[in-house]
Design a protein around this ligand. Sequence first.
Ligand code: NAD
Length: 258
Amino acid sequence: MSKSIIVTGAGGGIGESIARKASSTGYKVGVLDVNKDAAEHVANSLPNAIALHASTSDPDQVQQALDKFEEVPNALVNNAGIVRFGPLIDLSVEDWKSVLEVNLTGAFICSQAVANLMKNNGGGAIVNMTSIGGIQPNVNGGSYGSGKAALHLLTRQMSVEWGGFGIRVNSVAPGFIDGGMSAPIFEDTEIRTTREERVPSRRLGTVEDVAHAVLFLCSDEGSYINGNQIVVDGSVTNSLMASFPRPKSVDSVGAEES
Ligand SMILES: NC(=O)c1ccc[n+]([C@@H]2O[C@H](COP(=O)([O-])OP(=O)(O)OC[C@H]3O[C@@H](n4cnc5c(N)ncnc54)[C@H](O)[C@@H]3O)[C@@H](O)[C@H]2O)c1
């Protein structure tokens, strides 16, 4: 049976990787991006894809993109996202709003529009791209992390409200990914090496690592997973305690009693 998927922010980075993997597994792909040239470049390089030029935070543009796609997608990936780093003490309200507008409101607008189609079409899968920045506070990442944490709550809320329509909604939270918006961070070789060493899995993630998790959640193999989050981070979010110094002597405390 033919299947179709719309990936937002698919003009580059993680979204492009999801679009490519989806295409290679037989999906017709809607490559949606606010960057028209980027969307067309990716769509034109795939066998069964269509470029959808739209901003996810504009309901009219999203509706036009869905009309252009001409079918009810089996899956939607809300991957489009932006970041504005800055300490909360003087972060501009404009920056705060722009991050939430794309990362949270955009995902809501696309999900609502697609869910209204899916519910009359036997259901479907929605995956929201969150982040470990929505699990752990990050340096200067207050607006981004708040939006991503809220996005996962939105995931859970939609899974409860829409489960009865046959719609599953899940999140994927990438960690340190060697690509997309994080690429500039890893151009600094010292920072790159330090992060690689501190991640419990001893490497950065790839855009393909994220795409695999997303496509699994979209697939029939994930058919009973609803309202959940897969953290694709090599266990970095579990390693907070391990980063604090600790005297060796405490490891022998209690040993003599056993
Ligand atoms: N790269 C990482 O390390 C990382 C880690 C955690 C989470 N994420 C998340 O993964 C997602 C993809 O990030 P990326 O690293 O590939 O970034 P990226 O900047 O490479 O790609 C984002 C894409 O989204 C598009 N976009 C931005 N605003 C849009 C809008 N309003 N409407 C439609 N498209 C829009 C951009 O044009 C771009 O093509 C984001 O949600 C990001 O928060 C990334």
